[in-house]
Write a protein of this length. Structure first.
Lengths: 203, 203
């Protein structure tokens, strides 16, 4: 198909597709003439993934790394997740103190070596920001966070498809990143519902 | 205190403080001379909040709206959360179909009118992106998302302080936004731990 049909099938504008081609997020089509290239279903698939990542707030550079993990998956199933997370998590800062984060994630079943340092650093950074803002997660709430998040992750990992590496990579890499905005949006709805039930004067 | 001390106490650089002053995120200090202004503890507090919001990925314009909600809270406790969410959620698009989102959030205890349309639109938008990416949340996982998120929100709302409006506003507005990166970071750790337990060859 021509670039115009690719645009029509994915809903991504032609200038945007050309930008992704220049940025190397989408493979060049096969040249059919000096001024035209031809695209196939793999371009449609890939373009949908690229758009979803970018709309989820993943940067161009991070998207490129996620795509590399999709195209060239590590041999061990467990390392997939590490590759996907590494692509979208800033590198751990040597100066960052991980001890509070380590104590906290013990509640998730974490033991040394069971997850990558940069993911742990993400927790440390988030804790540090909350503290610097002068905010504190109530002591009763934190255990509920840990328990809820662990149950949610268990359900996700129990469903990693094992019939093919491609299916597993796709599930793990996309599922981890693309679902984040859904979880945050669901939390806002749930907060409003819980708040209405607690504070509303009209039943 | 002078702007240099304000910078020292908050760890925010003087040029950044001046930028926040120009953007109206921080009130001007009291003029002590034609070229100097004096700042107090309220500036320290406010500056910490501004930095935490911006580091959590909230835009300058959204930060300004969150600050307005903090400074001029709605009378009803329940409306606080709506004001905070409105500040950080894009407006609902008239063309967006909310029916799938409505069906989904029924699992959170949602009924018509129990949350703002723009928060519901956030769910619809997230679902739409996941679908366009060709991804699907497994049928076994979605109920776990809903149940975990509802428990987490219940715990948060149960802890809204009621001793003063200021304390309630601060808890609700900041807690909702500033905790998001922590929850996402905890999810990544939990996913890696669950994945290690399921796939790791070395026990």
């Amino acid at each position: 198909m021509r670039i115009s049909e690719l645009a029509e099938r994915t809903g991504v504008a032609v200038p945007t597709i050309k930008y992704y081609l220049r940025e190397g997020l989408l493979a060049e089509g096969e040249r059919s003439s000096p001024t035209q290239a031809s695209y196939d279903d793999r371009h449609v698939q890939r373009l949908r993934v690229v758009r979803a990542l970018i709309e989820s707030g993943v940067s161009i550079a991070e998207t490129r790394k996620v795509l590399t993990a999709l195209d060239d998956p590590p041999a061990a199933a467990h390392d997939l997740l590490g590759a996907a997370h590494a692509a979208v998590t800033p590198a751990a800062d040597d100066l960052l103190d991980l001890s509070d984060a380590e104590r906290l994630v013990a509640g998730l079943g974490w033991r040394p070596g069971l997850c990558d340092d940069h993911v742990l650093a993400g927790v440390a950074r988030a804790l540090h920001r909350i503290e610097r803002a002068g905010f504190e997660v109530p002591a009763e709430v934190m255990p509920v966070y840990l328990d809820s998040i662990r149950r949610l992750a268990d359900a996700e990992i129990a469903c990693v498809p094992t019939e093919s590496v491609e299916a597993a990579v796709r599930y793990v890499v996309l599922g981890s990143v693309i679902v984040e905005p859904l979880l945050l949006a669901l939390r806002r709805v749930a907060e409003q519902v819980a708040s209405a039930e607690r504070f509303s004067t009209s039943a």
